[in-house]
Write a protein that binds this ligand. Sequence first.
Ligand code: MSP
Length: 509
Amino acid sequence: MKFYITTPIYYVNGAPHIGHAYTTVAADVLARWKRLEGHEVFFLTGTDEHGQKVEKAAAAAGLDPQSFTDRVAAQFREMTAWMGASNDDFIRTTEPRHKRACAALWERLSERGEIYLGEYEGWYAVRDEAFYAESELLTGTDGARFAPTGAPVEWVGEPSFFFRLSAWQDRLLAFYDAHPDFIQPTSRRNEVVSFVSAGLTDLSISRTSFRWGVPVPGHPEHVMYVWLDALTNYITAAGYPEEAAPRWQFWPANLHLVGKDIIRFHAVYWPAFLMAAGLAPPRRVFANGWWTVEGEKMSKSLGNVIDPHDLVSRYGLDPVRYFLLREIPFGNDGSISHRAIITRMNVELANDLGNLAQRSLSLLARHCAAALPARSPPTEDDEALAAAAAALPSRVAGALDRVAFSEALEEVWKVIRAANAYIDHQAPWALRRTDPPRMAAVLRVLADALRFIATVLQPFMPASMARMLDQLGVPVDARDLAALAAPLPPGTALPAPEAVFPRFVEDAA
Ligand code: MSP
C-alpha cells in the first residue's frame, strides 16, 4: 500500500531550530516505520519561501529574496540530513514545478467560480502571515492591537482576489463529521469544529502591496497569498497538475504533521481549496505541541533558541531523536532541558537497553564461541519473554497509527525491562558453571528478544539499531517486520560486541 506523509514546509526567514527538527524527526519515524511494514512510502519535507515575512527578512539581511532564500533553504536541507531524515523529496516553493502547480490550481478554482475579485480591508499579521477579524484582536496597555498569537498586526487595504470560503462551511462540517479522525488530537478537532461552526468569511487569497510571491495567472500585479501557495506544495510534489504522473497515486496524503499553530490552515482552508478544485482532501492532519526551553518560550530575544546541530554534536543523533519523541506525548507541549536529555540517555539508553545488549552479547561472544546457540524447549519464563517480544510489532504499530510515539517507546521499554529482569533472574553467568546448555538456551532467548527490540526501534534510532542488529548477526535484508517470522539459524556468527549507548559523562568544566 502507498503511504504519503509530510512535514510543514518551513519558513526561510531564519535558521532552523529544534521546533523544525522535531516535526522532521517525527515524520521520519513514521515514514521508516511504514517502510518496515512493507508500504511504499513518499515522505516530503521542504521550505516555504514566499511572502512578506521572508521578503522582510531578506531585506534585513541586505540580500535580494532569491539569494536569501537560496542560502536559508540550504540550511534547512542540511538540517534534514543532520536529523537523519529519509525524505523522498525536498520541495522549495520557489521551484518552477511549484509555481506551475499553483497556477494550475488557481485556474481550476477560477474556472469553477470559486474565486472573485474584490477589495480587502482588514488586519494582517506578517509574523503569522494571517488575516484576523477585528473581534479576534487583543489590545495592549498602550492601546496597540495585536493578534491572539501575540503578533503585531497592520491595517491592509488593497485590491484582492477572494476565495468563497463562506460557501464551504456546511460542507466542511459534513466532512469532519464523516471523517472523525481527520483532525487529531481531539482537542484540536474541537477547536477547528467550533471555529468553522462560528461562521466563515471569504478569504483574501492575493496581495498587491508587495512582489515576493507566485503571480496570479492573468493578473501579474497580484501575488498569491502565501498560504495558498504553501499548502499547494503537498500536491506539487505529488506531480500536480499531471494527474497521470505515477506520483499522483500518492494523493490524497495519508498524514500531514503540523504544529498546533497552523492547524486552521491545514484543517479548514486546505480541504476547502481542494474540495473546491474537485480534488480529494488529505486523510489526516495531526497537530504537535510546542517545545519550550527549560520552561521558557524559545525566542531570539531571549537568546535561548536551540540549534539542532548543537544538540546532535553534543549528544549524538539517535539519543536526540529518541529524546524528542519519548519525552512528551506527541500533541502536548513540553520543555527541553539538558538535564532531561542526559537522564534519558543514561537511564533508558545506556542502562536499560545498552546494558541488556552488552551483557547478552558479551556472554555470547565469550561463552558460546561467538555464534548463535540453537533454540531449546522453552521454560515458562522463556515463553513469557518471547511472547512479549513477539507482540512488539503489533503493539508499536497500534501506537504509531495513533501517532503516539511515546507510547510506542513505552511498549518497547516494558519488554526491555522484562528482559533485564529475566537476565538477572536466570543469571546466565552463573549457569556457565552449573548448566552450560541452559546458559546457551537463556542467551538464545535474549538474542531473539533483542532482535525484536532492535528491529522495531530502527525507525527511531536508525544508526544505533543497525549496529545492534549487526552484532546480533541479523542480515541486512532481514530487518523488516516480515523477516521477524523466520528465526536466525543456530551457528549464525556474531561479530565482537561493542557498546552501542555509552553513558553520557558531563564535562567537569
Ligand atoms: N511555513 C509555515 C508552514 C507551511 S505548511 C504548508 C510555517 N513555518 S514555520 O517555519 O514557522 O513553522 C514550521 C513548523 O515548526 C510549524 O509546524 C510550527 O508549529 C513548528 N514549530 C515552530 N516552533 C516550534 C517549537 N518551539 N516547538 C515545536 N514546534 C515548533 O508555519
